[in-house]
Write a protein that binds this ligand. Structure first.
Ligand code: NAD
Ligand code: ZN
Length: 369
């Protein structure tokens, strides 16, 4: 059945998002409709509204959601009405070469569903039946959303849904970049550049994985304070040092084993690379502008056996990693509730974007009634 829903829509790159009432069609084969309970506001949503991430408008934003299944399409086997789910912008077909070799975030079929559902069409419509694209096959900054079941991960009841929502992007991206992409060993020395929702989770991933030193780097003092609460052992405000890479090398007597770039800027990638010790690894998590470039010393790559690698959604296997993260949360080994600095109603979504850009929140979360 079709439902009316308030949704956060980007109508034009560079303009603020707006809240509209849209129509959400019921599920087709393999799909479910969820009543969204909460959706985190991620920098990637903002990047899609500026054209930094080139998703065409009109676009329903939101990919970091949690909710309850209210309708199930034909052929759905893994979910039923009433199930609690966290959404993921990765469609995993489970059959392509990358899925079967354990790299579902690189699913060859996911590429087709960056702004539509996997079958190439949408269930979201504006006035006069106009099609609205959806961020990452999700578009869950809306009261209702119809998604493919492969973009939903079933979770246990009992976890507050606003906290669970964050697992779908910020938490898995940060924690997964440490656990899965870097496979950081206990006793390692690490630096995290950019302490937003993603960077804070890279910090707590490093702590949980047993890092000896975790250095938080940002331009914003309030973010560095948050970093300490999430277990950073040291902080550096870039504005207060002449050369951040040298400062890190000095602090660690030679450089870090792992540096996580959670900003999305080639200059920061360069700083992270220069802060490495021998055999060090830079993990690039931030999503830069398509035209952005970075520059590194080619010589040091072999001579120091350095590694430069990227991490997409924390190299996750969502169906495996999301429940694992929620279990670590239940065991008090990862913080989720503390990531939520501020909640907003859907009508306040434009403010939530402004606050994120102003660096006010670890995470702002839209909470639905
Ligand atoms: P955010 O806006 O919450 O945080 C960004 C942080 O970076 C802020 O604290 C800001 O003060 C800091 N910062 C800005 N410029 C800096 C600089 N030059 N040096 C150090 N710190 C600086 O953003 P977020 O939601 O945490 O996302 C961070 C990045 O990760 C974005 O680029 C986002 O698109 C990307 N992202 C990537 C993936 C992935 O799968 N790889 C998933 C989600 C988000
Ligand atoms: Zn995100």
């Amino acid at each position: 059945m079709s439902r009316q829903a308030k949704a956060v829509v980007c109508r034009e790159w560079g303009k603020p998002v707006q809240v509209e009432t849209i129509t959400v069609d019921g599920p087709k084969r393999g799909e479910v409709t969820i009543k969204v309970a909460a959706c985190g506001v991620c920098h990637s949503d903002h990047s899609a509204t500026t054209g930094k991430i080139q998703y065409p408008p009109p676009l329903v934003v939101g990919h970091e959601g949690a909710g309850v299944v209210v309708e199930v399409g034909e052929g759905v086997t893994g979910l039923k009405e009433g199930d609690y789910v966290v959404t993921t912008f990765i469609t995993m077909c489970g059959k392509c070469r990358n899925c079967v070799r354990g790299r579902p975030v690189l699913c060859e079929n996911a590429k087709k569903s960056m702004v539509t559902l996997p079958d190439g069409t949408v269930r979201t419509h504006g006035k006069d039946d106009e099609d609205l694209y959806v961020f990452g096959a999700c578009g869950v900054m809306a009261e209702y959303a119809t998604l493919h079941e492969d973009n939903c991960v079933k979770i246990d009841e009992g976890v507050p849904l606003p906290s669970a929502a964050l697992v779908g992007c910020a938490v898995i991206t940060g924690v997964g970049s440490v656990f899965n992409t870097a496979q950081l060993e206990p006793g390692s020395r690490a630096a995290v550049f950019g302490i937003g929702g993603v960077g804070l989770n890279a910090i707590q991933g490093c702590v949980t994985a047993g890092a000896e030193m975790v250095i938080a780097v940002d331009t914003n003092e309030a973010k560095l304070e948050m970093a300490k609460e999430f277990g950073a052992t040291h902080t550096i405000n870039i504005n207060e040092v002449e050369d951040v890479s040298k400062a890190i090398k000095k602090m660690t007597a030679g450089g870090v084993d792992y540096a996580f770039e959670c900003v999305g800027n080639g200059k920061v990638v360069e700083q992270a690379y220069k802060a490495l010790g021998r055999a060090g690894t830079v993990v690039v998590v931030g999503v830069a502008d398509m035209k952005d470039k970075t520059s590194i010393s080619t010589f040091a790559l072999p001579a120091d056996e350095r590694t430069l690698k990227g991490s997409w959604l924390g190299s996750a296997r969502p169906q495996y990693d999301f429940p694992k993260i929620l279990n670590l949360y239940k065991a008090n080994r990862l913080k989720l509730d503390e990531l939520i600095t501020q909640t907003y109603s859907i009508d306040e979504a434009p403010q939530a974007f402004e606050d994120m850009i102003a660096g006010k929140n670890a995470r702002g979360v839209i909470v639905f009634e």
